[in-house]
Design a protein around this ligand. Structure first.
Ligand code: ADE
Ligand code: ZN
Length: 331
């Protein structure tokens, strides 16, 4: 099974580029930019990555992102993630970034987007990896702040395919962002949102019905509503599930309790993704391996999860066909 996981070409649809900041690069950038970080050694960092819920992670994740200052920093960050893609056979990736966590520190939108974009262009040229960029609004901030961010993105419209919604879910429902998602839709952006990671199914309904999103990030709480499960199956709305993240953030107690097999068996369109791999102990293959070691996933399940990742991606139909053919060949 592990051999199959490694051999299959994959698409990743839920990856925060700031969440791929490995402790080693954090130290390098802290030194390069003369930024203080609250850790002396890599072991200190690893000891701090002991989360109790989403918020306990976010506090550390935003502090880590403070070492990212220059365009070169964002290039290096993205380049390192791409090397992991090469290792794990990810041939297409749709990358989230959080502009507000950088612009709020005085880093320009242009610095962030051009660093990421140039690394992705090199990834295509060097390794043939295709990608797109999705800009996430931080839901703990106001809609006005999100509108201002959407405004800043105008100058880089051709570099950004979609918008998403992330950060502290509880108390920040999708309904807080109706206007900014409406505007983003009018401007032609694809729409996704984190929903049902920690919060109840009402957040998933709001994301679908009020924001009109095309993909749900996480969505594992769907299982609590039979009616929602039926709808997700009927409409084949993609759920980008992140197993390691769910375990590290205590959404489920352990891998044996994870519901991805139930979602899959019910007929939902779920895929496996790494979310913030530098913080959650592993990249996409490790997520698959952890599932296989703890749940009765079959070879066919793995293949379905991988095919779902391509079919739920924002690539065109022709490229989808080409990539699915690559999967068939690898099988
Ligand atoms: N930002 C980075 N990772 C996140 C997650 N798992 N949920 C919400 N916001 C995030
Ligand atoms: Zn996420």
């Amino acid at each position: 099974m592990i051999d199959l996981i490694k051999r299959l070409p994959k698409a990743e649809l839920h990856l925060h580029i700031e969440g791929s900041l490995e402790p080693e690069l954090m130290f390098t950038l802290a030194k390069r930019n003369n930024i203080q970080i609250p850790y002396k050694t890599i072991d200190d960092v690893k000891a701090a990555y002991n989360f109790t819920n989403l918020q306990s992670f976010l506090d550390i994740y935003y502090a880590g992102a403070n070492v990212l200052i220059t365009k070169q920093d964002f290039y290096d960050l993205t380049h390192e993630y791409i090397l992991k893609c090469v290792e794990d056979n990810v041939i297409h990736t749709e990358i989230f970034f959080d502009p507000q966590s950088h612009t709020s520190r005085g880093i320009s939108f242009e610095t962030v987007i051009t660093g990421i974009k140039e690394a992705l262009a090199d990834a295509k040229e060097k390794y043939g990896i295709t990608s797109c960029i999705i800009m996430c609004f931080l839901r703990h901030l106001s809609q006005e702040d999100a509108l201002e961010t959407l405004n800043q993105a105008k100058a880089f419209k051709s570099d950004i395919l979609g918008v998403g919604l992330d950060s502290s879910e509880l108390g920040n429902p999708p309904s807080k962002f109706i206007e900014v998602f409406k505007k983003a839709k009018e401007q032609g952006f694809k729409l996704v949102a984190h929903a049902g990671e920690e919060a109840d199914v009402s957040y998933i309904y709001e994301a679908l019905d009020l924001l009109e999103i095309q993909r749900i990030d996480h969505g594992v709480q769907s299982i609590k509503s039979a009616k929602l499960m039926q709808r997700l199956k009927q409409e084949q709305i993609p759920l980008t599930v992140c197993p390691n993240s769910n375990i590290e953030l205590k959404v489920f107690e352990n891998y044996k309790e994870h519901n991805i097999k139930e979602l899959l068996d019910y007929g939902l369109n779920v895929s496996v993704n790494s979310d913030d791999p530098a913080y959650f102990k592993g990249y996409i293959n490790q997520n698959f391996i952890n599932l296989c070691e703890n749940l009765p996933l079959t070879k066919e399940d793995i293949i379905t999860l991988v095919k779902n990742s391509f079919n739920s991606s924002f690539i065109n139909d022709e490229l989808k066909k080409e990539y699915i053919l690559k999967v068939e060949k690898a099988i």
